[in-house]
Design a protein around this ligand. Structure first.
Ligand code: E4P
Length: 220
C-alpha cells in the first residue's frame, strides 16, 4: 500500500518524510484553513520540503467545470513537480475530470462516500478516488466496506484507477483499508506516529539495550 501524508504542517511533514516511506502529500481546503496560510504559498512550501518527485495533491474550491479547470491550471503552475488536482465528485466535477485528463492533468476524485461515485469518477478518467472512511463511519455506514467494494469493482471492470483511502481517525481504520486491498492511504502526521507505536516494542528495545550493552563494545 502507498502511504501519503494528509497534512499541511511543514514541520510535521519534514519529520514524517524523514522516517516513513512516503509516496506524497494531500491537502484539502479545511487542512489549508487549519494551517492559516494562503493555499498557493502553502503548496509551494510543501513542494520545497518534499521535492519534485513525490506526489502533491491539492484541491480546487471552484464548483463549475470552467472555473475548476482554470483553478487547476493555477494550482499546477504554482506547485510544479508531480502534481495531482483533487476534484469533488459533483456533476461539474465529473465533467471537469474528463476535461482535465484531456489537458494532461493527474486527477484525484475526492469527497467519495459511495462505490457508485467512485466507479463514475474512474470512468470519467480519475487516476485516484478518495473515499472518506471515518466520515462514512460517522454517517452510520461502513467506511471499510465502501473501500472494499470500490477495490472489487475496479478489479471487476479492469480499471487502472487507484483507491486512495482518506479521512482516518484511528490506526485500526488504516489497517483495515490495507486488509481490503486499498492501493493507498492518506494519513495525518499525528496518526503516522501512532502507526508504529507499541509499548512492547519500546520495552523490547530497552531490554536489548540493557542486556546487550556489555557485549557490543567494539575493539579494533
Ligand atoms: C483527503 O484527501 C481528505 O480530504 C481528508 O482525508 C478528509 O479528512 P477529514 O474527514 O478528517 O476531514
Amino acid at each position: 500500500m502507498l502511504y501519503l501524508i494528509d497534512d499541511a504542517n511543514i514541520e510535521s511533514i519534514k519529520t514524517i518524510t524523514q522516517y516513513f516511506p512516503i509516496h506524497g502529500v494531500t491537502t484539502n481546503p479545511s487542512i489549508i484553513a487549519a494551517n492559516g496560510e494562503n493555499v498557493y504559498k502553502k503548496i509551494k512550501a510543501i513542494r520545497d520540503v518534499i521535492g519534485p518527485d513525490l506526489e502533491l495533491h491539492a484541491q480546487v474550491l471552484e464548483s463549475t467545470c470552467d472555473e475548476i479547470v482554470k483553478e487547476a491550471i493555477r494550482l499546477r503552475d504554482a506547485v510544479g513537480g508531480n502534481f495531482f488536482v483533487k476534484v469533488p465528485v459533483t456533476g461539474e466535477g465529473l465533467k471537469s475530470i474528463s476535461v482535465l485528463k484531456e489537458l494532461g492533468f493527474n486527477v484525484t476524485a475526492t469527497a467519495i462516500f459511495t462505490a457508485q461515485q467512485a466507479l463514475l469518477a474512474s470512468t470519467a478518467g480519475a487516476d485516484y478516488v478518495a473515499p472518506y472512511v471515518n466520515r462514512i463511519d460517522n454517517f452510520s455506514s461502513d467506511g471499510i466496506g465502501v473501500v472494499g467494494d470500490i477495490v472489487n469493482l475496479f478489479e471487476m471492470y479492469g480499471k487502472d484507477t487507484k483507491v486512495l483511502a482518506a479521512s482516518f481517525k484511528n490506526t485500526q481504520q488504516v489497517y483495515n483499508v490495507a486488509m481490503v486491498g486499498s492501493h493507498a492511504a492518506t494519513i495525518s502526521c499525528d496518526l503516522f506516529e501512532q502507526l508504529i507505536y507499541h509499548p512492547l516494542t519500546t520495552s523490547a528495545i530497552m531490554e536489548f539495550e540493557e542486556k546487550g550493552a556489555e557485549y557490543y563494545t567494539y575493539e579494533k
